[in-house]
Design a protein around this ligand. Structure first.
Ligand code: CTP
Ligand code: MG
Length: 368
């Protein structure tokens, strides 16, 4: 039997975040949307995948979205049901017997559940995964029998012909998902036990208990010379010498940027801001702000930053607090999360001979 899949990713995800739709946020270094695309692409039974998106959002993440020759991308509609309808219409000429419809917002789907649904779909026009309810359910001050109240998940599998004709019939009605149409008609629906892990990301904290901790490391060193200004952590330090660099040569911010980027494998400072005309003599705080924007867009939260500034001179004691305050402000985090430590090298090496200032940084982040 020929199967195709529709992956719905055209929603705004308003209840989850106002920044970017939830399907484009990262979980475990991977876009949420990619989990569904990958799992359906890998299944031999699935011959075609229609990915439904909104161009205005998709365009920004295009390069990071999982690719496979089975996938065709189309523009979605206003409501979820409109997106499904557009996808079903796209498949019209293809002759697929069965269609699996899945929310991209469910990244924890396993092949085992898809295969179970496919197995039951051989003899059923509609197969849906459900979970029994464990909470007490109250409806208009009446307690319902919780065993009879089910939570319905996706993917749901339907006979293509049946679901398309139901969609046409109910085009002007509101409904939650495709199973609702079968229930409305009193058509037979095969309910199979779903998977407790196959949750839908809906609200702000839905991924927080699944969030991942990771670390990044950064290091930088700049030559000290007369007639240059000295910037450390974005603060101008009065001194007879300053650091030489393509930008303002701030080793603290450069090391910090690399540690931030490294924590999520976002590349490195040289790749993002190459030594070209565009970035010549730019303040390093400009680069840091850009990187912080990137982290915020991807829902990456900084847990803490630990900085070692390695300089023989000048003495940094009175600047450590000012630097951490300044960095906290740019990084949009509390000052409590940044530690700035000063270190000499006992007059050893280039730093010890006051020819350079170096910095090392470790950053810890969580993301979901
Ligand atoms: N969806 C879609 N087209 C729409 C609306 C939703 O393809 N016009 C998709 C979503 O991308 C999601 C799935 O349908 O994968 C389930 O919808 P929901 O969880 O409600 O997601 P959003 O509509 O994006 O979220 P919200 O309602 O909070 O804005
Ligand atoms: Mg919605």
């Amino acid at each position: 039997m020929s199967y195709c899949a529709i992956i719905l990713a055209a929603g705004k995800g308003h209840r989850y975040s106002k920044n970017i739709p939830k399907q484009y946020t990262l979980f475990d270094n991977e876009l949420i949307i990619n989990y569904s695309l990958k799992i359906f692409s890998e299944l031999k039974t699935i011959k075609k995948i229609i990915l439904v998106i909104k161009k205005i959002h998709f365009i920004k993440f295009k390069d990071q979205v999982y690719k496979n020759k089975k996938i065709t991308i189309i523009e979605g509609g206003r409501e979820r049901k409109d997106s499904v309808f557009l996808a079903l219409s796209k498949l019209k000429t293809k002759n697929y017997k069965k269609v699996l419809i899945h929310d991209a917002a469910r990244p924890f789907l396993k092949k085992k559940l898809i295969n179970k649904i496919i197995k039951f779909s051989k003899n059923n026009d509609a197969v849906i995964p459900y979970l029994p309810n464990t909470d007490t359910i109250v409806f208009q001050n009446r307690i319902l029998d919780r065993k009879k109240v089910l939570s319905i998940q996706t993917p749901q599998c339907f006979s293509y012909r049946k679901i398309f004709s139901l969609h046409k019939e109910y085009k002007n009605n509101r409904f939650n998902d495709e199973s609702s149409l079968f229930f409305l008609k009193n058509f037979k629906v095969k309910k199979i036990l779903g998977d407790y892990n196959n949750t839908k990301i809906t609200l702000k904290n839905d991924l927080s208990n699944k969030s991942e901790l990771s670390y990044g490391i950064g290091y930088d060193i700049h030559k000290l010379e007369k007639k240059y200004k000295l910037y450390l952590g974005g603060i101008h330090i009065p001194y007879s010498m300053g650091t030489v660099g393509h930008s303002d040569g701030d080793p603290v911010i450069h090391a910090l940027i690399d540690s931030l980027l490294g924590s999520k494998k976002f590349g490195d400072i040289g790749t993002l801001f190459p030594n070209n005309k565009k970035f010549k003599n730019k303040r390093s705080t400009f680069f840091l702000k850009k990187v912080i924007n990137l982290m915020e867009e991807q829902n990456v939260k900084i847990n803490n930053i630990d900085i070692n500034i390695i300089a023989q001179k000048p003495n940094l004691k009175k600047y450590k607090k000012i630097i951490s305050k300044n960095l906290a402000k740019i990084c949009n985090i509390s000052e409590k999360k940044i530690s700035v430590k000063g270190k000499t090298t006992d007059r050893l090496g280039n730093v010890g001979k006051n020819k350079a200032i170096a910095c090392e940084v470790i950053t810890s982040v969580t993301s979901n």
